[in-house]
Design a protein around this ligand. Sequence first.
Ligand SMILES: [Mn+2]
Length: 213
Amino acid sequence: MNTPTAPDAIVAASGNAPARVAEVTRDTAETKIRVRVDLDGTGRATLATGIGFFDHMLDQIARHGLIDLDVECQGDLHIDGHHTVEDVGITLGQAVAKAVGDKKGIRRYGHAYVPLDEALSRVVIDFSGRPGLHMDVPFTSGMIGGFDTQLAFEFFQGFANHALVTLHIDNLKGVNAHHQCETVFKAFARAVRAALERDPRSAGVIPSTKGTL
Ligand SMILES: [Mn+2]
């Protein structure tokens, strides 16, 4: 008995699609990192980077991106947080690139505005295959807890370079630096979630006129 083709296509776009899961380990003299992602998760996270506020930000990516995320990092925190934050960005980017595979059927673009009280940020992402970061976040404080706000740029630079995405990040308003940073990470999470969502109208199709991303 033949079944109609349209419902089959929808099933292929969701239920029967391959799992988008990846694990990456990265060992250097500065950091030892393990990252595991499930892009179709529920937002469950196990985080241990040694920097409390950074764990709080990674938790936003999991929760608001609906990505299951494990991050373990043993970094050279006796120096500062730089290598830890940058290298977690690199490793997370590698894991996302591996999990997303050939990008068939994804929406490719995603954007989000997220407020938190007085703060408002916008993140726009394109899984273009071309790394690029354009970030304008005028942090009002140098440190948030044990987190140096300059490292937010290093995290997203590492992510963009290795996930091969074009990423525009703007904090449009904000007084409290914790709020500024949290709106950036939440908007990033929402934008990633939108871009990686499978579009049932273009199941199995790479969303590019070039035919490759
Ligand atoms: Mn918070």
